[in-house]
Each structure stands twice: as C-alpha cells, then as structure tokens.
Design a binder for this molecule. Structure first.
Ligand code: ATP
Ligand code: AMO
Length: 434
C-alpha cells in the first residue's frame, strides 16, 4: 500500500497513514484508545470524544477487534501510551471488518490449545511470540544458506515425485503418476549424490521430505523440511565439520538478530549458543555410557539401535550437542560406506541435540560393485535404481553428506515443546488441512 507507514516507524511530528488490525479498544468515558497492530508492532490511536468528529469516534469505537482499519493523523509524543507515541485520527476507514465471534483471540495472554491454534493459523500468527518463531525460522534458513555459500556450495532443487524410495520401504506415500505407481520423496539422497558426482561437486538443498510414519510424537512430521548437504572429495569427518558449522551458524544468527526479542517473549530460557567443538563419541562408547547411566531397564548390546530413552540418557550425560560415529554397518543404509579396514563398521554418523537426533550422514559408497552389493544386502532390487547406479560407472568421486531436520533445528534452538509449533501448516496423522 502506497504511503502507508509501519507503526514502528511513526515518529512524533509525522503525519502518517497507518493500517493494521484492531488489537484492543479501551473506552474510559471522555477519552478512548484503540491499539492498532501491524507486523512491525503496535500504536495507540486516541479519541477525545468532545473534541473530535462524532462519526469518526463512533466508527473507531464500534469496530470489532481484529478488524482491519486504516487511520490517518498526526503522531505525538505521549509517555503514557504503550510505545510512547500516539496518533490523533483525522480519518479512519474500516477496510475489512472481523466477525466479533473469534475462534482464537490474538490479544489474549493465555495460549489456546495447539489444535485450535493450528486450525486458525492466521489468527494465531497475529500473536507476537508466534510471529517471532516464524521470523526466526526465516532467519535460520537465511543463515544456513549463507553458511553453505561460505562452504562453496551450490543450492539445488531435486524432484519430490519419484519412482523409488531410499529410507526403508514402509515409509513411502504412494501416488499415481499417469497410471504408474510413484511416491513422494523421503529424502533427496540419491539425487544430491548424482549432482555431487558432477563438476558441481558441493551442493545443498532445503526442501520438503515426505514420510508416511505411523508415529504420533512431538518430534515427527509427515512432511518435514530437510536441509541436505553433499560434497565430492569429502569424507565423513568433513561432513561432520559442515554439519557442526551449519548448526552453529543458525544459533549465532538467532543470537545476533533476535537476542532481545527472545528475552521479551520468554523464548530465551532454553537458548544458548553452543560453545566449543561438538564431541564425537563412537557408537561403542555411546553404548557403554548409556549402560553406565543405569537409566535403561535392559543393557544395550552391539547392533542395537538407540531408543528414545537411550538417546535421552546419553543426551543428559553429555549435556550438549554431540556426534555418534562409527555405527555398525548393519543398521545404516546401503549408501553409507564402511570403514576400509573394518567392513562391520560404517562411516555413518548422527548429530544429536540432548533432546533428539538432528542429523544423519556419512561417507557414501562410491564404488559401483560395492554399491550393487549394498542394495542386495538391504533386500532392494538394484535394477530399480539403475538411473542412479549407472552414474557410478562414469567416474564417481568419493563423497559424503548429511540431512538435517529443519523443524528439529528450530525446535531445539527455541526450546519448543512440539515440532508442530515450528511449521506453519503441519502435516501429521490427524491433520491434512489447513
Ligand atoms: P489527564 O491525565 O490527561 O489529565 P484525566 O486523568 O483527567 O486526564 P482522562 O483524560 O479521562 O483523565 O483519562 C483517563 C485515563 O487515561 C487516565 O488514567 C489517564 O492517565 C489516561 N490517559 C489519558 N491520556 C492518555 C494517553 N494519551 N495515553 C495513555 N493514557 C492516557
Ligand atoms: P534421516 O532419515 O535420518 O536421514 O533424516 C535426516 C534428518 O531429517 C529429520 N527427519 C524428520 N524430522 C521430522 N519429522 C520426520 N518424520 C523426520 N524424518 C527425518 C531428522 C533426521 O535426523 N538420507 C539421509 C540423510 C543423509 O545421509 O544425507 C536421511 O534422510 O532431523
């Protein structure tokens, strides 16, 4: 809108036109105040009933909360006003009235339950702390992109409708593609490798992944945002360095750009920029440490995957971000390379936050015959993946990479209880709209 001023930019002495939502009306008799809210903040509009045009006062005070209005007038200093300035209106237009029956009231201090919030996301996002979560999400993605650029990576986009899955057969959403069976992609895994094998060498992608998981937990989504990296001539330790750098860059950006807001909005309690190098703990040592905590009913043995209680026990023991390295080959996917001197041990790694897993990655198997063997060992038909495996015959360099869950990153940075709070319109078992 031309010549509209954001409320945050209205300075005493200015003549402005502000536009936004009616946050609150306080009628004190001879004087009344309307608080108008926009994306930048709030401003007080003052109505002195005896001194102002009757129709203007009536329009301003009859309007329902959350209606959109446009007000023109002079800005004056007023220490008693919430932001220290107020506007005396000369004209006021109701641009879009709101039904007085609001399913969720953005000016209310108490939180509505999450389901009501998600059903009415537009109203929910009018709350400052909810708006801030998504401003921070945008900032985190920008910081991640900048950091990847510092690592000489090219941003890519790979298809989300695919012929085959990679992350285990049961977690795919099937769709029909012109009469043929197809799937929503679970991971850009194979595609990012195909690009890393070209002259492009180092790539990243930020995009949706689809997982038909039956889970209904506070940290699983059926559509999530994956932050993926793949680099030629990299090994698993290089990929760990990149993952650590990306996570730290996200924290540092939030600290720099939102430090004050976190305090004001009570989001700061769990926030701390991680310090020092993330420890790299081998799977074997991890088992030992978990068993030593005595938190589990049964002792873990070699080959066991780490359950949620096991991850939590280790997370508490370590107390910060850490890597788990050198997993048994049998519990890592076919595309992860084994150590050259021990085929039982893989180069796969996970990056953990004390609350949950954030990243999986590893060096990839780049030797054609070994790759085919890996497919067979995992019970997958290599012929179905020929579009992928054949490129390994034409000069595939050693390469490594990882996938980082974008919502899990935001959730752990801000200490959000539920991953659904980190997505505008989450997809879960119960929710397909909005
Ligand atoms: P004043 O304090 O301006 O002499 P008052 O105390 O006689 O006014 P009103 O002018 O009717 O009473 O105001 C009612 C209430 O609104 C008072 O508590 C006053 O402090 C507060 N108030 C008055 N003007 C403003 C303003 N511009 N911003 C915020 N609060 C105000
Ligand atoms: P993985 O399956 O471990 O690895 O996924 C990588 C990261 O993505 C996030 N994530 C999820 N977040 C929310 N809801 C889900 N349902 C969900 N599933 C995964 C997690 C997880 O750590 N191809 C490999 C990565 C690689 O090796 O490059 C992969 O997809 O934060």
């Amino acid at each position: 809108m031309q010549d509209r001023t954001y409320t945050a930019d209205a300075e005493p002495g200015d003549h402005v036109t502000v536009a936004g939502w009616v946050h609150e009306i306080r009628d004190l008799g001879g004087i009344a105040f309307l608080i108008l809210r926009d994306s930048s903040g709030k401003i007080q509009i003052k109505f002195e009933k005896d001194e102002m045009d009757e129709e203007l006062v009536e329009t301003g005070l009859d309007v329902s909360r959350e209606s959109v209005i446009k007000v023109s007038g002079d800005v004056e200093e007023e220490p008693r006003a919430p932001t220290g300035v107020e506007v005396t209106p000369e004209s006021l237009e109701v641009v879009a009235p709101a039904d007085p029956e609001l399913p969720l009231d953005p000016s209310e201090k108490v939180d509505a339950d999450l389901s009501t919030r998600l059903d009415n996301r537009t109203l929910d996002l009018r709350k400052e702390e909810v708006q801030t979560v998504f401003e921070i999400r945008s900032d985190v993605l920008r910081a991640v992109r900048d950091q990847f650029r510092d690592y000489d990576c090219t941003e890519i986009n790979t298809p989300k409708i695919v012929a085959t899955g990679t992350e285990g057969g049961t977690e795919l959403f099937p769709i029909t593609y012109f009469g043929e069976e197809a799937f929503m992609n679970q991971s850009p895994q194979l595609f990012k490798q195909l690009v890393a094998g070209s002259n492009v060498e180092r790539v990243f992608e930020i995009g949706p992944i689809f997982r038909a998981e039956e889970h209904n937990t506070p940290r699983h989504l059926n559509e999530a945002t994956s932050i993926d990296f793949e680099g030629a001539f990299c090994d698993h330790t290089d990929a760990m360095d990149v993952a650590e750098g990306i996570v730290k860059a996200a924290y540092e950006s939030v600290q720099e750009n939102f430090g004050d807001q976190l305090e004001e909005l009570d989001l700061a309690e769990d926030f701390a920029v991680p310090e020092g190098d993330f420890p790299r703990i081998s799977y074997e040592d991890a088992l030992e440490r978990i068993n030593a905590t005595g938190e589990l009913d049964e002792q873990l043995v070699w080959g066991d995957d780490l359950s949620t209680p096991a991850e939590e026990a280790l997370g508490q023991d370590v107390g910060g971000h850490y890597f788990i390295t050198d997993w048994p080959s049998e519990i890592k996917p076919f595309y992860i390379k084994d150590h050259d001197d021990d085929s039982e041990l893989s180069t796969g790694f996970d990056l953990m936050h004390p609350r949950m897993e954030l990243v999986s990655g590893g060096q990839r198997e780049h030797r054609h015959e070994k790759l085919i063997e890996g497919f067979e060992q995992q019970g997958l038909d290599p012929d179905q993946f020929e579009y992928y495996t054949k490129m390994f015959k034409y000069g595939m360099p050693p390469h490594a990479g990882f996938g980082l869950g974008g919502e899990r990153l935001l959730m752990t940075i801000l200490g959000l209880d539920n991953i659904r709070e980190a997505v505008l319109f989450p997809r879960d078992r119960q929710r397909l709209s909005p």
